[in-house]
Design a protein around this ligand. Sequence first.
Ligand code: CUA
Length: 353
Amino acid sequence: MRDEQGISRKHFGRMVVIGAIASALGIALGLLIEWFPTQGSDVAAPIDTFWDILVIVSVPIFVLVMTIVLYSVWRFRMRPGEELSDGPPIHGNTRLEVIWTAIPAIILVGLCSYAYVVLRDIETADAGEQMKVRVVGEQFTWTFYYEGQDGKEVVSNQLYLPKGQDTRFAVQSKDVLHDFWVPAFRQKIDAVPGITTSFRLTPIKEGVFPVLCAELCGLGHSVMRQSAHVVPRAEFDKWLADKQAGGQAGGSGAGSTADTEPKDGKALFNEVEPKCASCHTLSDAGSDATIGPNLDESLKGKDAAYIEKSIKDPEAEIADGFQGGIMPPNYGQTLKPEEIKALTDYLVEVATK
Ligand code: CUA
């Protein structure tokens, strides 16, 4: 008996040493990896710190379990001649069971409390007057609504935000579950039909950041991508005023400046959001996507009226072999009339002959 205890201690000691070294390496690696994109909002820093704490706590648990499993598989493996032998019977160990229930429970309660505090601090941070943006998800696009002058709503298919402006997003869905996510901002939240969900943050870095849908919502989920433009205050004000003045203005500008000169159709094909090129093959524009009809083939012999109708009301006629409800139905609202005309003219020129 004495002997066996001595042997167990020896194995236990080895596992602790191996586990400690592996944990240290695992934590170092976990903290060195750049998990997230640039910190684009004020909430990114506390969330990234929280992530680092999660890595520090969870890596040793994973390493401990793997060390015991791998060490046992190697050290206590069956050797020739032991095929019929069995290990000693074990009928439970109360002390061990209390320990392995209590420790994970304490760790979980601790992490949940910390997560709650981080989220509460983020939600209640007061950064002055708040701007509201209504974000509406639908298969398969986001539409952004701003409060313009005279209480009129301004609609855009690209997200423009002034740097340093505390912003609350009110997130809604027209059809199924989506999830509004700008990875550079970190915060994300489900868009749930029938209710409005929300979060706040302040963009702190100028630039263009991807807007994603983070909830599998149907065939077009992967192309439900747009752009968030964080620009200086003055530029944002000008953009919003231009938008409002232009009525149903569209945000096709690739850069952060409000676009003044008209775009050519080919550029629009690759730049309007969500991008035509993400779903359609069109050799002239260099796209080869297959989610929607191949325009090199499906537009042969069609005219401008057909193309314009298909852009504004994609459900009017569904190409053979494709299913309705995938192309965003709001290009008619988010693109300017001259942009729709430019796109139509371009497609007539390159795809109908
Ligand atoms: Cu919307 Cu995925």
